[in-house]
Design a protein around this ligand. Structure first.
Ligand code: FAD
Ligand code: SIN
Length: 541
């Protein structure tokens, strides 16, 4: 087995992993494992931008209050305050690293607006914000010889065992190179999980293929608690076209004046929320879903005529280019859109410095739950949170090198896969994702969730067994994770008897007075879920 050693191991090369790498390198050498190409991340696809208080009419209090309102009573105020207040410094730092955001004039950034924000506060590079950030950070990482990036290295499991004080401690992680079948382990004094979200657990998603919830699954198997996993955000406006795989139409388009209409041209959000088409995402996605189900339509329409053919291509060049490939005239033709799984608001339990319950293991970005997003993330708060938490985590010195190493986590098997394994894995992938979409989607019922849980438990056990028997490729390693996280997610959803934020039960549309977090753990090969009160009372007035 190939063994590498470093001070800090980072799993993932999106905004969280790269930001952390640039800062944590001051404590010693860094290895980044990333499972595909270095830029293959959700970060690279982010369109809208980074929410931050940068405008003269804005304030930290307003950003905090918008975040708390969107979060439906479940945000942790200390986390929100910390992320919002650190935002402007982190944005200025990105600019210093070389990020070319869009400016209104020499003094003022051009600030966009998105759902749930009462001010213009979205720092953007037109609709290619993520690509600009990813490239800027990658360039900086490539300039630092103390940071090694290993592409096509898929982390399988965290290496966890008892530390000196008997508290669980992380010693690194195991990996495979899916194409060559090579296996190895990286031993590190500390490890950062920055593996992103779980969009691929669902059939329809805005996320790229890397978003298979690997970090959540690895952390759960290593004994970490997973918080508020049921809160999956569905983005309201994913392009609806048979040939358009996962293409997002940014909320910033509505921020510039576009409105949602049903196929009869009715602006159906106007009497549902004071912000109309710019209401928070949970409200908008649910109303679209309702319109589609009640009317039997396959999509709704985004009317962009208020932006027009002059302004639209200039403000949204990448979206315009994609629309043209489908013969949709940017700024003129209405855009057919549907909701799709977009963002995981819950995740691995961490404190405000990204520390997990396991010593020497940190998590930041979409994989982690700091409590900032509560039951529904405010648009463009995700890149912001990743920047702030990675920065804070990197300030902590690594623990001393461990002397006694525990056994490696149980590895994958060595038997050659059966000739028809590819067909079976394709089918199982599709089954998990379809089941999650149909049974654990935008509107959930007890019966649907019970069915999902019973089917996912079987799928999860089957994938785990196959993983330990045969030599896994990418498909099996990832299926093992989406099945486990799908099961945990359904179990958390089943545990919550109220509707809150993104979790909607038509059987009980009411929100309970007390806001409770779900804490899930993985023990004896199954999820265990309990409620815990928020650490501090939340004021959403
Ligand atoms: P990612 O950027 O997803 O990076 C995860 C990394 O981990 C990748 O390098 C991946 O290859 C690697 N990885 C995963 N599993 C493994 C493994 N097992 N082994 C090794 N490596 C692994 N948020 C905003 O705030 N503003 C926006 O405008 C915005 N727009 C978005 C648009 C789209 C289309 C999407 C999909 C998301 C958008 N989001 C936006 C959300 C935001 O982009 C993500 O939440 C954020 O980029 C996550 O960053 P991250 O570093 O946590 O993960
Ligand atoms: C978008 O541009 O609509 C995505 C913004 C986000 O997910 O925060």
């Amino acid at each position: 087995m190939n063994e590498l050693k470093c001070t800090t191991l980072i799993l993932g090369s999106g905004i969280a992993g790269l930001t952390y790498a640039l800062k944590v390198v001051k404590w010693g050498d860094v290895i980044i494992l990333t499972k595909k190409d270095r830029a293959d991340s959700s970060t690279n696809y982010a369109q809208g931008g980074v929410a931050s208080v940068m405008g003269p009419d804005d304030s930290f209090d307003l950003h905090v209050s918008d975040t708390l309102k969107a979060g439906a009573g479940l945000c942790r105020r200390d986390a929100v305050e910390s992320v919002v207040r650190n935002g402007p410094d982190r944005v200025r730092e990105l600019i210093d690293f070389g990020a070319r955001f869009t400016w209104k004039d020499e003094e003022q950034l051009d600030l966009g607006r998105e759902g749930g924000h009462t001010r213009r506060r979205i720092v953007h590079a037109k609709d290619l914000t993520g690509r600009e950030i990813e490239q800027t950070l990658l360039n900086a990482v490539e300039r630092d010889p103390r940071i090694t990036m290993l592409e096509d290295h898929l982390a399988l499991d965290l290496w966890v065992g008892p530390g000196p004080d008997d508290r669980p401690r992380c010693f690194g992680a195991t990996w495979i190179q899916p194409e060559s079948g090579e296996r190895g382990v990286v031993r590190a004094r500390q490890t950062m999980l920055a593996t992103g979200g779980c969009g691929k657990v669902y059939l329809y998603t805005t996320n790229p293929d890397i978003a298979t919830a690997d970090g959540v699954a690895m952390a759960a198997r290593a004994g970490c608690s997973i918080v508020n996993l049921e809160f999956v955000q569905f983005h309201p406006t994913c392009l609806y076209h048979p040939d358009a795989k996962s293409f997002l139409i940014s909320e910033a388009v509505r921020g510039e004046g576009a409105v949602l209409r049903n196929l009869d041209g009715e602006e159906f959000l106007i009497d549902k929320h004071e912000l109309g088409s710019l209401a928070p995402r949970d409200v908008v996605a649910r109303e679209i879903d309702r319109q589609m189900k009640e009317r039997g339509d396959k999509h709704v329409l985004l009317d962009v005529s208020a932006i027009g053919p002059e302004r639209f291509p200039d403000r949204f060049p990448a979206i315009s280019e994609r629309l043209r490939t489908f013969d949709i005239v940017p700024g003129v033709d209405p855009i057919p859109v549907v909701p799709a799984a977009h963002y995981l608001c819950g995740g691995v339990a961490v404190d405000l410095d990204g520390r997990t319950e396991v010593e020497g293991l940190f998590a930041a970005g979409e994989v982690a739950c700091t409590g900032v997003h509560g039951a529904n993330r405010l648009a463009s708060n995700s890149l912001l949170e990743a920047l702030v938490i990675s920065d804070r985590a990197a300030r902590i010195a690594p623990p001393a090198e461990a002397e006694n190493l525990p056994p490696l986590p149980p590895g994958p098997g060595h038997d050659a896969p059966a000739a028809d394994q590819g067909v079976i894995l394709d089918h199982e992938w599709d089954s998990v994702r379809r089941l999650m979409w149909d049974y654990v989607g935008l509107a959930r019922t007890t019966a649907l969730l019970d069915t999902a849980i019973s089917r996912l438990s079987g799928m999860c056990a089957w994938a785990e067994r196959l993983y330990h028997e045969t030599s896994p490729g990418r498909d099996l390693a990832e299926l093992r994770n989406i099945a486990l996280v799908g099961w945990m997610l359904a179990a958390c959803a089943r545990h919550r008897p109220e509707s809150r934020g993104l979790h909607f039960l038509p059987e009980n549309p009411h929100t309970a007075d007390e806001a409770l977090e779900t804490w899930a753990t993985w023990k004896d090969s199954r999820p265990h879920v309990e409620f815990r009160p928020l650490p501090s009372p939340i004021d959403v007035s």
